[in-house]
Every structure is written in structure tokens, then in C-alpha cells.
Design a protein around this ligand. Structure first.
Ligand code: PLP
Length: 424
């Protein structure tokens, strides 16, 4: 179910040609689907004052995709120097960029402030005095602690390393004011892959509660609240999609009644990654081996370097076999990569049609936290990325890693150091 019928209808008939032309494995993303989701989101939230999506770059840090987001008028959520550079490369500037770092170092503050700056979102009260040039506009990440139970992936806020506590939050704004800040925002991120829309409504309500508290204590009127990312997508066929219409409608009601009660209301931002691109990407990989031991295994030419979610989170990713979409699912397989690590499985005991060597498998929903999460453990390299354009053409938007890339960090100038013997 997850991958849209439209994406399937455009991709599946050309998959064999793509494998022939580009070789497998590769991730491929759908321009049409990404733009449709973006436009739908803007339309649904049109009634919420100042609504803006800040696409979470870490979900799919490819300039071709970020360009689509920028053209939609979205900003970017960054949390590293490279992500700041990526967002500026596609034309984002200043308040188009939220920088939400954690355990921030001085280099990050410097780059965040360079080139027109960004919205600095501080993760801790102790960072206030460490910001070299305190900006006029500042934001804090709020961690509600025991006031909120987290969802499954993020977990219990009390155990989460992020944000300022409820007890610190007023003091944080007071200290920021003392350092010269004049404009303020508030941020949180308490959910990940959440399919219950009411959880996100509660997050917005919680932030408006803090907005009111800051106003009452300090007379500060927040310019925006950012409810973070975390909108879920249905990875499993029987899961229902998040009710995004109800989410937008209830948030609109919440914000307009806040405005009625208080005479102003902060703008509402979100920074979804998964929801924007997750279903609009898939991993295409070829079956190269099969083995029948205690279980039946199909070995494919991709491995967890291309997609970590099944190994990390025991996540389900739906799988289609090209040309056998409607064939009876008469076999039970583990679909595996080549890493010397038994977690390197895309599917475990999955009912699938009989797979022959040379068959092409499509692993759904890799458009967010897919390629980007890959690693080089066991010297396995990351695959290429393609973009299926609206006109039906296909573009290489990242080449695969090559052996030279792997060995690049082993080529360096000699640097041998002899520490002086300790005295005494
Ligand atoms: C990862 C992340 C997001 C995006 O999360 P999704 O689950 O992809 O929506 C947004 N904001 C912050 C601060 C993040 O760390």
C-alpha cells in the first residue's frame, strides 16, 4: 500500500531499463509525488497564520530534492555544518533556515551565523552564554519531560538528551533577553513516525501553553512555535495513513482560538522529513543469490549500507518483485544483503512470490532516512540516487560510492607525534 499507485505505475514499467542503464542497486525518488505532498500540505494549512514547513534535511540530503522543497517555498531544518551548507547552496537564506543542533560546538555557531545567518534554535540553557554573537532572533527547543509521554521511536522525554526543561524555560528566555535578543521562537520535537494525528495537535497545544507562560512571566510575545517533525507514514500495508486533514483542521481551530483569547498568535511551523519524502522513494535491487538452509534466503545486491531501518528499528519495508506484483505469495524468504552482520536483512520471514536470480526487487518507502543513514561498515559502499522527473525522464542525482572514496581517508600527509615524557 505505502508507495502510491501513481509512482508504481510510472516506475515499474521502466525499472528493467533503469537497471540496465544505471546498474543496480539505486534509490529512486518521485518528483511528482514530492510536489503533490508539498502542495497538499500548504493547501491544508493555508488557514493557519504564517504556516511554514522547514524540510528536515537529514531525511534526504540531496540538492536535487532540496531544490524542489525550496521551490515550494519551504525552509530547512539543519543540525550540522554540512546541512547548513546544503541549504544555502540551494538558495535558502537567513530565516529560511532553522539550525537545531544538539551538543553544539563553537564551529557550528560560527557557520550558523555566517552567510546571512539562520534561526538559531538552542538546545540547552548553558549554550546561551556560549553563542559568540548573540542574534536578535533566538529559539529554544523545549523538552516537556514527565509532562508528556513520548512516542515509540523518540521514547520518554525524561530520557531524551534534547532541549530545555519545563523548569528552565522561562529563565532561558530571560537570559536570552539579557544577551540582547529581541525576537523569539519556541520549538519541540517529541514524536517520530507518529500516525495518530491527535498526538501532534497536543504538541501544538503544549507549545501554545508555553507561549502563554512566557508572555505572562516576561511579556515576550513569541513570533513562532515549531512543532517539529515526526508525522508518520504507513510502512505496513494494513496501517492507515495519518489523518492530515484532521490535523490541519484542529490546529487551525487551536490557533484561531488562541488569537481570540490573547489578541495575537505565533506563526506555526513544522519540520517534517519522513512525511514529505518517505513514500516517494524506493530502493531498487537485484536478486543475485538464493540459498536454502534452515530458512530460504534471497541475496540481493544492496545491503544495509543502503537502508538501515530494518536492522536498526526492526522496521517493515514493503517489497514488490517486478513482473510478479500479482503472483501468489507462495514462498517465505529472508531478503538479505552481503554484510557480515546477521541484522543485514531487508525482510525477515516475508511471504513473497517465488524469486529467481536476476529478479528486480523494489523496497518501498526509502525516501526519508534511507540512503542518508547508510554507513561504510564492512567496507560496503552506498548506492546511487536517481530522480524520476515529472516528464518521465530519469536523472542521476548522486553517484554511487567508489573504492577510491573509501580509500580517500587513508591518503594523508604523514603526521607522527612524540609526546614529551611526563615530568615527575
Ligand atoms: C529528524 C528531525 C526531524 C524530522 O523528523 P521526521 O520524523 O523525518 O519528520 C525534524 N526535526 C528535528 C529536530 C529532527 O531531528
Amino acid at each position: 500500500m505505502p508507495m502510491s499507485k501513481s509512482f508504481k505505475d510510472r516506475l515499474f514499467p521502466i525499472t528493467e531499463q533503469l537497471v540496465e542503464h544505471y546498474g543496480s542497486p539505486f534509490h529512486i525518488y518521485d518528483e511528482v509525488g514530492i510536489n503533490e505532498t508539498a502542495e497538499n500540505l500548504k493547501q491544508l494549512f493555508a488557514g493557519v497564520a504564517g504556516f511554514r514547513e522547514y524540510y528536515a534535511i537529514k531525511a534526504l540530503p540531496n540538492p536535487a530534492i532540496l531544490k524542489l522543497m525550496h521551490e515550494q517555498g519551504f525552509g530547512f531544518d539543519c543540525s550540522s555544518i554540512a546541512e547548513l551548507i546544503l541549504s544555502r547552496q540551494v538558495g535558502a537564506q537567513g530565516e529560511d533556515i532553522m539550525f537545531t543542533s544538539n551538543n553544539t560546538d563553537q564551529d557550528e555557531f560560527t557557520i550558523a551565523a555566517a552567510d546571512g545567518g539562520c534561526v538559531l534554535n538552542l538546545d540547552d540553557i548553558s549554550l546561551i552564554e556560549k553563542v559568540p554573537d548573540f542574534p536578535e532572533l533566538i529559539c529554544f527547543r523545549y523538552n516537556p519531560g514527565p509532562r508528556r509521554t513520548g512516542n515509540v521511536i523518540i521514547g520518554n522525554p525524561v530520557e531524551a538528551k534534547y532541549g530545555v526543561t519545563h523548569e528552565q524555560v522561562v529563565e532561558a528566555y530571560r537570559l536570552a533577553q539579557q544577551r540582547g535578543a529581541k525576537r523569539f521562537g519556541l520549538h519541540t520535537m517529541v514524536a517520530s513516525n507518529e500516525l495518530d494525528y491527535s498526538y501532534m495537535v497536543e504538541t501544538a497545544r503544549m507549545l501554545l501553553g508555553i507561549t502563554q507562560l512566557i508572555d505572562a512571566e516576561l511579556g515576550i510575545k513569541l513570533e513562532f512555535v515549531n512543532i517539529g517533525g515526526g508525522l508518520g507514514i504507513p510502512y505496513e500495508p494494513e496501517q492507515a495513513a495519518i489523518d492530515i486533514n484532521a490535523l490541519a483542521a484542529e490546529i487551525e481551530t487551536l490557533f484561531s482560538s488562541y488569537k481570540e483569547d490573547h489578541g495575537y498568535v505565533p506563526h506555526m511551523y513544522m519540520e517534517s522529513g519522513r512525511f514529505m519524502t518517505g513514500p516517494h522513494g524506493c530502493l531498487v535491487t537485484s536478486a543475485i543469490n538464493h540459498k536454502d538452509i534452515y530458512r530460504k534466503y534471497i541475496g540481493v545486491d544492496a545491503c544495509m549500507s543502503a537502508l538501515m531501518r530494518p536492522a536498526l528499528y526492526d522496521a517493515y519495508h514493503h517489497i514488490d518483485v517486478i513482473g510478479k506484483e500479482n503472483a501468489p505469495k507462495e514462498e517465505v524468504y529472508d531478503i538479505v544483503g552481503s554484510l557480515c552482520e546477521n541484522n543485514d536483512k531487508f525482510a525477515v520471514q516475508r511471504q513473497l512470490p517465488k524469486i529467481d536470480e536476476g529478479d528486480i526487487l523494489v523496497i518501498h518507502d526509502t525516501g526519508a532516512h534511507g540512503h542518508a543513514m547508510g554507513f561504510q561498515y564492512n567496507a560496503k559502499l552506498r548506492p546511487k540516487e536517481l530522480l524520476l522527473r515529472a516528464d518521465g525522464s530519469v536523472e542521476l542525482i548522486r553517484r554511487e560510492e567508489l573504492l577510491d572514496d573509501y580509500f580517500a581517508t587513508l591518503n594523508f600527509a604523514a603526521d607522527r607525534f612524540s609526546p614529551a615524557p611526563k615530568k615527575g
